[in-house]
Ligand binder design. Structure first.
Ligand code: CP
Length: 319
């Protein structure tokens, strides 16, 4: 695997290998000194043209835990503000010899373009409305930990599907892992032709009781040029996941950040059914596994053993 640009490029076996390796890295997170030398001497560039809390911080933690050098680049405050293009920015930063570039950008297809302009491995950390593959991998990881195999699981993805790169990546990943996916939302927020991905589509929550897992999406107001719903209050009345709609056996997921009181009510966010915090936690080990796969993995190799912490632990002690 040279790049991670789309879940479409991954087989079930490749997804399972990444999740299994993430499991083996989870042990590192429990150590007193959270560091292994697996990517020592490698250089990871985080290139963010859009806001991010979870993705950016977890990629940085993942790379540092693997002992890679990390450079964080945010478009705001950079020469992008003076008009430097994405292509020129990649050419400039490639002069530093990065081994991997993690890129988030508002335009669909931007990560694939970056992959054409650099020798580094490229990870798509979100390209417009298109895909967010590492989010889908961490979601599959967190869900597998909660329910075991995803085979036959019924997963409802509810909300603003139209603007959601998470929805697209999750539909592909969950189905590849054997789940049955239904997408649900207002007709204006369901992309035309989404059935082609193999999922069911509905515009009401009437059948929500059949779901084993409810995956609520954020209302992406920053991507909405028009009024897609009459009001957020009306949206919440029809589609909000609240204590009345969430069954005691159902698992609740959300990629974050949450609009409290819009797509989720406060009480379900803090309910035992919610695994939102576990999703965030999974972000570090899954992104460690992705970086390892791209920079040190051997393709068809079995899950690599996690190197002992000792050699790096000594370096990690304060002088
Ligand atoms: N879920 C997600 O991608 O969150 P951030 O925008 O905070 O990275």
């Amino acid at each position: 695997m040279k790049h991670l640009l789309s879940i479409e490029d991954l087989s079930r076996e490749q997804i399972e290998r990444i999740l299994d390796r993430a499991e083996s890295f989870a042990e590192v997170s429990g150590r007193e000194i959270k560091k292994v030398p697996a990517l020592r001497g490698r250089r990871v560039l985080n290139l963010f043209y859009e806001a991010s809390t979870r993705t950016r911080s977890s990629f940085e933690l993942a790379a540092k835990t693997l002992s890679a050098e990390v450079v964080n680049f945010a478009s705001s405050g950079s020469s992008v503000e003076k008009g430097e293009s994405l292509k020129d920015t990649i050419a400039t930063l490639s002069a530093y010899g990065p081994d991997a570039i993690v890129v988030r950008h508002p335009h669909v297809g931007s990560a694939r373009l970056v992959a054409q302009w650099t020798d580094a491995a490229v990870v798509n950390a979100g390209d417009g409305k298109h895909e967010h593959p590492t989010q889908a991998l961490l979601d599959a990881f967190a869900l597998r930990r909660r329910i075991g195999s995803l085979d036959g699981a019924r997963i409802w993805i509810v909300g603003d599907v139209l603007h959601s790169r998470v929805a697209r990546s999750d539909i592909l990943a969950f189905q590849r892992m054997g789940a049955r996916v239904t997408v649900c939302g207002p007709p204006t927020l369901i992309p035309r032709g989404i059935e082609a991905l193999g999922c069911d589509v509905t515009c009401t929550l009437d059948g929500l009781g059949e779901a084993d897992v409810i995956y609520a999406l954020r209302m992406q107001r920053e991507r909405m040029a028009d009024n897609f719903v009459p009001s957020l209050r009306e949206y919440a009345r029809c589609y909000q996941i609240n204590a009345r709609r969430l069954g005691p056996q159902q698992v609740l997921m959300h990629p974050g950040p949450v609009n409290r009181g819009v797509e989720l009510s406060a009480e379900v966010i803090d309910s035992p059914q919610a695994i939102i915090t576990q999703q965030v936690e999974a972000g570090v080990v899954v992104r460690m596994a992705v970086l390892y796969e791209l920079l040190a993995g051997s393709g068809g190799a079995e899950t690599a053993p996690v190197p002992e912490a000792a050699p790096v632990a000594a370096e990690a002690q304060p002088a």
